[in-house]
Design a binder for this molecule. Sequence first.
Ligand SMILES: C[S@@+](CC[C@H](N)C(=O)[O-])C[C@H]1O[C@@H](n2cnc3c(N)ncnc32)[C@H](O)[C@@H]1O
Length: 226
Amino acid sequence: VTSGAASRVVALAAGRPATAPAPDLAGAAHPARRLLHALLDGEPGDDDAAVAGLREEYARQAPAWQGWTSAQADYLAPLVDALERNPDLAAKGTVVVDLGTGTGEALPPLLARGSTVVAIDLVREMVREVPPGPRCLRVQADVRRLPLASASVDLVVGLNAVPCWDEMSRVLRLGGRVLWVSSFGPRTPLYVPPDRLAASLPGSTVEWAPAGHGHWALVEVESCRD
Ligand SMILES: C[S@@+](CC[C@H](N)C(=O)[O-])C[C@H]1O[C@@H](n2cnc3c(N)ncnc32)[C@H](O)[C@@H]1O
């Protein structure tokens, strides 16, 4: 356990193991990593350029995205591990936002638990490939401006996604939580480590665990506590 004035980070035992070798993604050198950092660490006013860069990058990747992710044996291992170890997450009747949904990779395990999911992505070419289905709304939007009422969401999920801490905190209800998941850890271009989550959400409690080739982090946000 590490803790500071602002937050508490609790490392849990590793969960389900990987079943196949990890792909080589060269995440640290990927253009999306630089754009993520420009968004998270850049000067005020840099955001629009970073988001435009991300839009271009993922529109380019959209045609091949579903084929690539479905070929990765352990892609969903950290997400499934988190849901199995926290059975109340995404339970029947809960409202879940899947941020940066891509082509809906996180949706099957979230919907299987009975939640209603709002699947949101910046890139039209991604969202239109999300399979339609009951209890699932597909929305094209920027994480910085979610078309959702304040305090209306039980769980924000980000699977290899781009965060916007203020906006995520705004839409979460009291007691709502954030589940941030990385399929391949630092190999993933859009990588946000658990410590960074804790530092960005002051007063939060972050429980995290390795699983597959990545990890999950479950965040209780101070301003969203009952
Ligand atoms: C690495 S992909 C992850 C997709 C999916 N969650 C998965 O794990 O396969 C990142 C996704 O975030 C989306 N994205 C990037 N910037 C965004 C923003 N500002 N708002 C919403 N979505 C964004 C991209 O379009 C892309 O689909």
